[in-house]
Structure formats: structure tokens, C-alpha cells
Design a protein around this ligand. Structure first.
Ligand code: ZN
Ligand code: ZN
Length: 367
């Protein structure tokens, strides 16, 4: 039996149940005892319907734990191994993986249906099958995942730190280090200094950016941005942020501008505050009805700007996770500072409330 937080219906609190049956892993799968799981905005997005995944489903898509059972045919993993779980697997064999674009792995689509790669489910409660979010279900003490969704890590890494690597850190740091082409000495602007934005900021610092302009409307977030490496601060509530960024860059604009909110107006601002010949990187995930406006098309071409979409930090997880942990161990990547509160699974709804109220808080469930 496992304890898990289950999404049971639109806008309803998650149900914490302790009667979860966990079936044995099938071929190519791992049973993992979760040590810690991040609580991410995307979990909230399932609860409120922005991400339409049918209940009942065990949420949680970034976590780390210890392997309890290894399914048939799995190589490279043993019972007792520590792993990071990711919602973007890397199968290593599909069209995209073979082109070094693991973040587009074709197997991810199957996992988004809520089951394993064969479409069947491993968790159940009261005789009813439960889906798991993105092949992970890290809001369960014990879960089953496809082995391509797990990355083995050294045992000396604290698992609550490792738990952060599956989602926001990978996306934010990857946006700066993989998606964007930041050169040493560059000036970058980052619109949105929440959990992912802070990681874009520290990724930009590691990538060699000299000036990092943090843009947000919340003063406390700008303060936090400073701890992660931002050097200049624009409160977008106090005037036009495009003009402010231009004023800080001799009227040119930033070499690279990141949008990490996912709103139409801020996406346009990011494009406008990018210098001619520079790059705009779109990280924030907008609603389906948000349209990109590049009018007038003439100036877009004349100024030779590049706009890049960034999914999962353009990361190949099996390569990135060890790299991120090296950066953490060397002190360059701040991870401890990202955790604002440790909670138990029973407090998961409180963590959702904290996110709804706009706190910067990253809550981590520790089992
Ligand atoms: Zn997430
Ligand atoms: Zn693949």
C-alpha cells in the first residue's frame, strides 16, 4: 500500500488516500519509492483544468527516490539506485532522440495519456485504476515509471535537492544554457522571476552573461532574483519595461530576452526589448488562445531577430541531470535556495493555496 494525493475532479482539493495499490513493474519499468517531490504550477494546472488530464490521477511530475523493483529487460538500473524522475523521457531511439533533441522524445506523448508506455496503469485505489501524471506520479510514496523516465544519480546527492531537477530547474537553466545562445559578456533580460525565471537567471549567469536584467511586478521577486545573479532590476509595474531595458542598454535592447510568464503582452515586450540581431526565447507556457504578434513583419525581418520556443530547456535529461549536479556540487547552481518549504503529502493542498496566492514558494513534499 502507498499513500498518494489524487486529483479527483476539477477545482476540488486533492484527496490524500492511503489505500493505493502499486502493481509490480512490467518490462521496461521501475518501481520507485519516492523520497521527495516538488509541487509545481503544472500540478495546479491539472487541478484547475488548464492542463486537461482526466481524473482520477496521481499528480506530481518532478521527484527523486530509490528503486525498489526492476522490471524485466531493464538495463543500467539496480534495486537501491537513486534516481531523478522526469516528465520528459529520453528514449534514445526515436526520430528526435537520435537527433539530439530528447526534449521532443516521441514517447512523452504516450505518457501524457496517464498510463505507462503500453497504455495500462500500475496504481489503483478501491479497485479503480489511477492515472499518473506524465509517467511519474510523484505525489505517491511509491510509483511505477518507465525506465526511460528515470535518471540514475550519485547517492551522495540529497534526494530533496535531486527532486527539483526534473522540471523547473531543467527548464529554466536549460533555456539559458541550451536554448539560447548566450555569449560571454552578454546582456540578457528575463521577464518573470518566479521559480523558472530564477533558474533562467542563474543559467544565464553560468553561461557567462555579464548583465542580467530582472523584470517583474513584484518587488520581493526582484529581491530574490538578485540572489540568483540578476544585476539590474525593472519593476514593470512602475512604467514601460521595454523602455527601461532599452535605457539600460544604450537604446539597443538586450542580446537575449526571455519571457517566462506566458502572456501575450509580455511575449511582445520580450520581442521588443531584444536588440536587432538578438534572440527572444519563449519559456512561459501561454494558454491555447494566445497569439504571437510580430507586427509589423517588416521590422521583424529588418532587425534580424530570432524568436525561439523553449520546451523543457531543450534538455536531453540523461546528459543534463549529471551536468546540473556537477554545477550544484561546485556551488555554481543554487538549489537549496529554491526550496522555500518542506511539507508532508498531507499538506499538499496548502502548497497549492500558496501557489495560487502568488508566493514564490517552492514547496517540496518530503516522504
Ligand atoms: Zn513542473
Ligand atoms: Zn525518444
Amino acid at each position: 500500500m502507498s499513500k498518494a494525493a489524487v486529483h479527483v475532479g476539477l477545482d476540488q482539493p486533492l484527496e490524500v488516500r492511503d489505500d493505493i495499490e502499486v502493481a509490480a513493474p512490467k518490462a521496461g519499468e521501475l518501481k520507485v519509492r519516492i523520497a521527495a517531490s516538488g509541487v509545481c504550477h503544472s500540478d495546479l494546472s491539472v487541478q484547475n483544468g488548464t492542463i486537461p488530464l482526466p481524473p482520477p490521477i496521481v499528480l506530481g511530475h518532478e521527484g527523486a527516490g530509490v528503486i525498489e523493483e526492476v522490471g524485466e529487460g531493464v538495463t543500467g538500473f539496480e534495486v537501491g539506485d537513486h534516481v531523478v524522475l522526469t516528465f520528459v523521457p529520453e528514449c534514445g531511439e526515436c526520430f528526435f532522440c537520435s537527433r539530439d533533441q530528447g526534449f521532443m522524445c516521441e514517447k512523452a506523448a504516450m505518457l501524457n495519456m496517464g498510463g505507462m508506455l503500453d497504455g495500462t496503469k500500475r496504481l489503483s485505489s478501491g479497485g479503480q485504476d489511477l492515472s499518473v501524471m506524465a509517467g511519474c506520479g510523484t505525489f505517491s510514496e511509491v510509483t511505477v515509471v518507465p525506465s526511460i523516465s528515470a535518471v540514475k544519480i550519485d547517492k551522495d546527492v540529497p534526494l530533496k535537492i535531486a527532486a527539483l531537477l526534473g522540471c523547473g530547474v531543467q527548464t529554466g537553466v536549460g533555456a539559458a544554457m541550451n536554448t539560447a545562445n548566450i555569449r560571454k559578456g552578454d546582456t540578457v533580460a528575463v521577464i518573470g522571476c518566479g521559480g523558472v525565471g530564477l533558474n533562467v537567471i542563474q543559467g544565464a549567469r553560468i553561461a557567462g552573461a555579464e548583465r542580467i536584467i530582472a523584470v517583474d511586478m513584484v518587488e520581493s521577486k526582484l529581491q530574490l532574483a538578485k540572489e540568483f545573479g540578476a544585476t539590474d532590476f525593472v519593476n514593470a509595474g512602475e512604467g514601460n519595461p521595454v523602455a527601461a531595458v532599452q535605457a539600460l542598454t544604450n537604446g539597443r535592447g538586450a542580446d537575449v530576452a526571455f519571457e517566462v510568464i506566458g502572456l501575450g503582452p509580455t511575449i511582445e515586450q520580450a520581442m521588443q526589448m531584444t536588440r536587432g540581431g538578438g534572440e527572444t526565447v519563449l519559456v512561459g507556457v501561454p494558454r491555447m488562445d494566445v497569439m504571437l504578434n510580430v507586427n509589423p513583419a517588416f521590422s521583424f525581418i529588418y532587425t534580424a531577430k530570432t524568436v525561439k520556443g523553449c520546451w523543457y530547456g531543450s534538455s536531453n535529461v540523461h546528459r543534463e541531470v549529471p551536468k546540473l549536479l556537477e554545477l550544484y556540487k561546485s556551488g555554481e547552481l543554487k538549489l537549496d535556495e529554491l526550496i522555500s518549504r518542506e511539507i508532508t503529502i498531507d499538506d499538499v493542498n496548502g502548497a497549492f493555496d500558496a501557489m495560487k496566492s502568488g508566493e514564490v514558494a517552492r514547496s517540496v513534499i518530503v516522504y
